[in-house]
Design a protein around this ligand. Structure first.
Ligand code: 13P
Ligand code: 13P
Ligand code: MG
Ligand code: MG
Length: 380
C-alpha cells in the first residue's frame, strides 16, 4: 500500500432550489449513496459531501493519486445521479456543469472543478478546505499571497524555520494556457506582477521549499485550463490548504478573509462584489445572487481517512468538520462585505461594478454595435 494519501475535492453545480442558491438535499443524498458504493468497491477510502451556495463539493481520500480515472468517474456518476434528481424536480440549471454527455476518463475539461493533492501524512495533518461560490479561481491569489508571502500576515514566515525557507508557486496563464513555477521570497515582486492581473493569472499549487513537507495548497482551475486562448470566467473554485508544522498555521490561513476583498463573478457572472465569509449553512446567495461566498471548513487526514469532530468510530462518510467562519468573530467581516457590496451595486451597470467587456458572461455589446453600424460615424 502506498504511504501517500491523495485528498481530492471535486465539485460541480448540477442544479439548485431558489435560483442559483442551494442544491436539494436529495441531490446531496444521491452523491452520498454513490460515494458509499465507491468505498465498498475500494475506489476511495473515505468521503464527505458538502456544498457552498449551489455547488456540491465531494471531498475524498484515496491512494490512487491525482487525475485518477476511477475516482473521477465515481464523482461524475454521483453528479449524474444528482442531475437526474434535479431534472425531475425541474430545479434551476439542472446539469449546469456537466458539459459533456460521455465521460472520457477525467473530470478536467468536462465541467466540474477539481483540487487534488498527494502527500505523505505527517504526525498530525490539519487541512483547511476553502469553498467559494459566485467567483473565479484567481480570487484565491490575493489571500494565498498574504498567507504564503506576507510576514505581516503569517508571522511563521519569520519565526518558523521551515516556513522561513519560502515556497514554490505554480502560476497559470489562462490566456496562453501556460504555467510557470516561481519561488519566494526571492521572486515575490515578480510573482505579484503576474498575479495582480486576476483576469489572466491564477495560482494552481504552492509547495514548501523544505525537503520534508511537499504540497501546501492547491486551487481548482479547470474551466480556465480548458478554455485555452479564451477566458471563460468564473468556476466557483475550491482551495485545499495543509496547515501547521512548517506550513502556515490554520489561523494564518484564515486571517486574510477578515478583509472582504472585491472578487469577480456574482450576478450573471458579470459583477465585482466583496467576499463574504460565512458558514456552510449561511452560504445561500441572498443579495443580488451573492455577495460571493467563501466558506472554510477544517478536518484532519488521519490514517488515510478524514477526522473531524465526529466519533472516530463513525462509519466512513459521516463527518463533522469545524466550520471556521460560523462564529461571531467574522460578523465584522460580513458587515464590511455587505457594505462594500452595496457600495459597488450603486454603480449599477457601470464599471467597476461590472467586469471588463472581455470577461462579461452576458453581453449585448456585439448585437448593439452591429445595429449601430450604419449610424456610427468617424470623429472629425
Ligand atoms: P499551540 O501551542 O496551541 O499548539 O499553537 C501553536 C500554533 O501554531 C498556533 O498557531
Ligand atoms: P453559479 O455559477 O453559482 O451557478 O451562478 C450563476 C450566476 O450567474 C448567478 O447570478
Ligand atoms: Mg448555479
Ligand atoms: Mg455556484
Amino acid at each position: 500500500m502506498s504511504d501517500r494519501v491523495t485528498v481530492s475535492v471535486i465539485k460541480a453545480d448540477v442544479g439548485s432550489v431558489g435560483g442559483h442558491a442551494r442544491p436539494h438535499p436529495l441531490m446531496m443524498q444521491k452523491c452520498v449513496e454513490r460515494l458509499k458504493d465507491g468505498v465498498r468497491a475500494g475506489t476511495v477510502d473515505d468521503f464527505y459531501v458538502t456544498r457552498v451556495g449551489d455547488d456540491i463539493n465531494l471531498y475524498l481520500t484515496h491512494t490512487r493519486g491525482e487525475n485518477n480515472k476511477d475516482v473521477h468517474g465515481l464523482c461524475w456518476d454521483a453528479f449524474m445521479d444528482a442531475t437526474k434528481v434535479a431534472k425531475e424536480m425541474k430545479l434551476y440549471a439542472a446539469g449546469q456543469d456537466l458539459l459533456t454527455d460521455a465521460f472520457s476518463g477525467n473530470i478536467r475539461g468536462a465541467g466540474p472543478g477539481a483540487a487534488e493533492m498527494e502527500f505523505k501524512e505527517r504526525g498530525a495533518e490539519p487541512i483547511v478546505f476553502f469553498m467559494a461560490d459566485k467567483t473565479e479561481p484567481s480570487s484565491y491569489s490575493f489571500p494565498l499571497c498574504k498567507v504564503f508571502m506576507d510576514p505581516f500576515t503569517t508571522t511563521g514566515l519569520v519565526i518558523d524555520p521551515r516556513a522561513h525557507e519560502g515556497f514554490k508557486f505554480e502560476i497559470v496563464d489562462v490566456i496562453d494556457s501556460k504555467k510557470v513555477i516561481m519561488s519566494t521570497p526571492e521572486e515575490t515582486y515578480d510573482i505579484l506582477t503576474l498575479l495582480g492581473d486576476t483576469t489572466r493569472y491564477a495560482i494552481k499549487r504552492i509547495w514548501s521549499k523544505s525537503d520534508d513537507i511537499g504540497i501546501g495548497a492547491v486551487v481548482s482551475t479547470e474551466k480556465l485550463n480548458i478554455s485555452a486562448g479564451k477566458y471563460v470566467g468564473k468556476d466557483d473554485p475550491v482551495c485545499i490548504c495543509r496547515a501547521q508544522s512548517g506550513l502556515p498555521a490554520v489561523g494564518e490561513h484564515l486571517q486574510p478573509y477578515m478583509f472582504p476583498a472585491l472578487v469577480a463573478g456574482w450576478m450573471r457572472g458579470s459583477h465585482y462584489g466583496a467576499w463574504y465569509p460565512c458558514s456552510v449553512a449561511d452560504s445561500d446567495p441572498v443579495f443580488f445572487d451573492g455577495p460571493p461566498r467563501i466558506c472554510a471548513v477544517g478536518m484532519h487526514v488521519s490514517n488515510g481517512k478524514f477526522q473531524g469532530l465526529e466519533d472516530p468510530n463513525s462509519p466512513v462518510g459521516v463527518h463533522e468538520p469545524l466550520d471556521y467562519f460560523a462564529g461571531s468573530c467574522w460578523d465584522e467581516a460580513r458587515r464590511s462585505a455587505v457594505k462594500a457590496s452595496m457600495y459597488m451595486r450603486r454603480h449599477g451597470p457601470f464599471m467597476p461594478a461590472v467586469l471588463g467587456p472581455e470577461e462579461m458572461e452576458y453581453t449585448t455589446r456585439p448585437a448593439v454595435l452591429s445595429k449601430l453600424k450604419e449610424r456610427m460615424e468617424k470623429l472629425e
